[in-house]
Design a protein. Structure first.
Length: 99
């Protein structure tokens, strides 16, 4: 993973965890917005990588790996939008990208 992508993912996970842990202390905290923006940025970077790999006729396995990572980011965005703050949803979903 490149530095910008891993930085965006780390920011999203950290902000999601902070949003979850401080839910009763600061209800107006902007961590949810930061987590969503960082996840969207990671998704945009993966879309660019996907298009770049396709234009260069990269191996299918590499293209599928990037596409799967993009899908995980989209799932994390959807989970955050539906979050009831019962658990740090974005963080839990984005942990799959580290494997």
């Amino acid at each position: 993973m490149n530095v910008e992508l891993s930085s965006s993912l780390d920011t999203a996970k950290r902000s999601c965890n902070r949003c979850f842990s401080q839910q009763n202390f600061k209800p107006s905290i902007a961590d949810k917005d930061i987590a969503l923006k960082s996840t969207r940025k990671a998704k945009d970077l993966l879309v660019e990588a996907f298009d770049d790999l396709r234009s260069k006729d990269a191996p299918v396995e590499q293209i599928q790996k990037v596409r799967a990572a993009k899908t995980i980011c989209l799932d994390a965005i959807d989970a955050c939008n539906e979050c009831s703050k019962a658990s740090p949803r974005i963080k839990e979903i984005l942990l799959d990208l580290q494997a």
